[in-house]
Write a protein of this length. Structure first.
Lengths: 349, 260
């Protein structure tokens, strides 16, 4: 019971997301059988949109662990994602590996790049670390576009025609893909929650607060930052692998600064350092992008910019951050309103 | 080596360009004593302190702790030796709760820092010890408030608590009463004295507050322009003509009187 009470909102969201494809099919008048068979329709379309959100959420939460929890500002985080995507794509396409081996390779790639980033950890701090990581990602971006790697990575067009495993083909088996992506996102979220509350995660928060004090207490802060980098690197790489499986093409722009900024925007919208903010932020980010694009077409990015500025101005702690800060206040206000209303109501009816 | 000496500096020196901030300072701190370093602003007290714990790298000289050279030890190793260090500018985790600040200090020397899959509350000992320490420094009621919301004096106590948490043998306190309201200073003095008496810790103190220094120290080192001017018991220092003329003038003792 306690678990249910503690995670009531998460449980409700999970149930809703599981039911979502069926609900849309019902609303659309599509039969459940046709929906399960993967016939096109609104349900399949929205499944696709949500899969993109889940992948974005995995990417963003891995960024939140670095920036929001540990206080490491990285401008090269897109590389973590991109390396996962390219590793998965190349393993499936050129090396013809089956999916499980591919995923093992992706995890190793995630660890490897975390180790690469950690080389500079003891030497640079703050904005310098951000710039060095940007340097790493830019080098990767250029290398992956180079002609020499054309046969492997597809040059500046990107990696195309990645063979999709039959069971996870986003064209025919989109519902399965939807549930796999949803499950991965929820698992990552739960693991992150536990990580943040583990002794290791608590030290990561302490490092964000005051690294020097953490050192003087006797923590070798390097290892804690390395732990955060590795967890974050693996997560982002897995998100990238999912991206490679889902999208028809892995573009080199997935390693660009813009892609890192997306993660930053998502957690700013959702709430920095809240973890759940990454999920809410990813949904808000992608849905805003989608609907504004639909409504305004070309000028949508301008309106998107205005929306971001407004969000930062009016919700400086993001959606979840503001919610947490104001929760009690709002509850009291609503209770007062409710009492006033029920007192004013004529009795005896 | 004198077994009674717990920490000693050997001709410790720090130059910032042409400025010699600490000029070949050699002092010995004996076990279970309260040893204070005093001196006017710019005498090099804090720099000397930073050299002891390697927060600043010395130009020359050595720091010996229990017979072991710790001059260039990485910062995180200092605590593992049983040395707790506070800073002149309050140095806490502002957005974590008071309890969490102290709990982390308890956790630091434990063996479960990398248990990724356990909740931190699984390790009961840390929290129990943290509760104990909070009682000791008198912050039990503020345990669940964010540390940044504490008044300055309480933040200083919290920092002292964080240092006490792993039960170190030696405390290095850099102006523990700096910026504190005059009426809470005696509380801090009592606290330090009480810690010293009940758990027999060695305390090295940098202090401006003459009343505090004179009333609790076993030994006082006077620094002036980066060098040691005099050393002795409080009464010896009070009677020392060089100290009086070079540093205290006629002024210092008025401060002592008002501090009593």
């Amino acid at each position: 019971m306690k678990i249910l009470r503690d995670h009531a909102i998460l449980g409700a969201v999970a149930v809703f997301l599981i039911a979502f494809p069926f609900l849309i099919a019902l609303l659309d008048g599509q039969s459940i059988g046709a929906m399960l068979a993967g016939q096109s329709g609104n349900s399949k379309f929205y499944q696709g949109l949500l899969i993109e959100i889940f992948i974005l959420a995995i990417f963003a939460i891995s960024y939140d662990l670095l920036f929001g929890i540990t206080g490491l500002l990285s401008f090269g985080h897109a590389m973590f994602f991109s390396v996962g995507a390219y590793t998965a794509g190349i393993a499936l396409k050129s090396l013809k590996l089956p999916l499980p081996e591919t995923l093992v390779l992706v995890v190793f790639a995630g660890v490897a790049q975390a180790l690469l980033f950690s080389i500079v950890l003891p030497r640079v701090k703050g904005i310098t670390f951000a710039l060095v990581t940007l340097g790493f990602a830019s080098v990767f971006h250029i290398v992956i576009m180079s002609h020499e790697l054309n046969d492997w990575a597809g040059g500046d067009v990107g990696l195309q025609n990645i063979p999709k495993p039959a069971l996870l083909d986003p064209a025919n088996q989109r519902l399965t893909f939807y549930f796999v992506a949803l499950a991965l996102m929820l698992l990552v979220y739960l693991f992150y929650r536990r990580f943040v509350d583990s002794p290791t995660g608590r030290v990561c928060s302490a490092i964000r607060e005051n690294e020097h004090r953490a050192q003087m207490l006797g923590f070798n802060t390097f290892y804690f930052k390395l732990a955060a980098l590795i967890v974050s690197g693996i997560t982002a790489a897995l998100g990238g692998a999912l991206h490679a499986l889902y999208q028809p093409i892995v573009s080199p722009t997935s390693a660009s600064l813009g892609y890192t900024v997306n993660a930053l925007l998502i957690i700013l919208i959702g709430g920095v350092g809240t973890l759940s903010g990454a999920l809410v932020g990813a949904a808000a980010f992608r849905l805003l992008q989608f609907y504004l694009d639909k409504l305004f077409g070309e000028s949508s990015s301008f309106i998107l910019g205005v929306v971001y500025v407004a969000l930062v101005l009016f919700l400086p702690y993001g959606i979840i951050g503001t919610w947490r800060a104001k929760k009690l206040e709002w509850r009291a206000a609503w209770q007062a309103r409710w009492r006033a209303w029920s007192a004013a109501r004529p009795r005896g009816k | 080596m004198d077994n009674n000496v717990i920490l000693e500096s050997e001709r410790l020196r720090k130059e910032f360009g042409a400025l010699v901030a600490v000029n070949d300072v050699s002092i010995k701190i004996r076990r279970n004593t309260i040893h204070s370093i005093i001196g006017p602003n710019g005498a090099g007290k804090t720099t000397f302190f930073n050299l002891l714990t390697n927060n600043v790298e010395p130009t020359a000289g050595r720091v010996i702790y229990k017979g072991r050279d710790i001059t260039r030890l990485p910062l995180h190793r200092i605590a593992h030796l049983g040395i707790g260090r506070s800073f002149q500018i309050t140095n806490i985790f502002p957005n974590l709760t008071v309890l969490e600040n102290v709990r982390l200090a308890c956790q630091s020397l434990g063996k479960h820092n990398f248990r990724l899959f356990n909740h931190y509350q699984h390790f009961r000992g840390d929290e129990e010890r943290a509760g104990q320490v909070l009682r000791q420094v008198g912050l039990t009621e503020r345990a669940l408030t964010p540390a940044r919301t504490l008044p300055h004096g309480d933040q200083r106590k919290l920092e002292l608590g964080m240092i006490l948490a792993p039960d170190p043998e030696m405390l290095l306190l850099d102006e523990p009463t700096a910026g504190m309201a005059a009426e809470v200073v005696p509380e801090m003095i009592d606290l330090i004295r009480q810690i010293h008496q009940t758990s027999h810790k060695t305390v090295l103190l940098v202090e401006h507050n003459m009343g505090l220094v004179m009333s609790i120290s076993d030994c006082i080192t006077v620094m002036h322009q980066g060098a040691v001017l005099a050393e002795g018991t409080p009464s010896e220092i009070a009677a020392n003509k060089t100290v009086q003329s070079a540093y205290l003038g006629g002024l210092g003792w008025r401060v002592v009187d008002s501090g009593q």
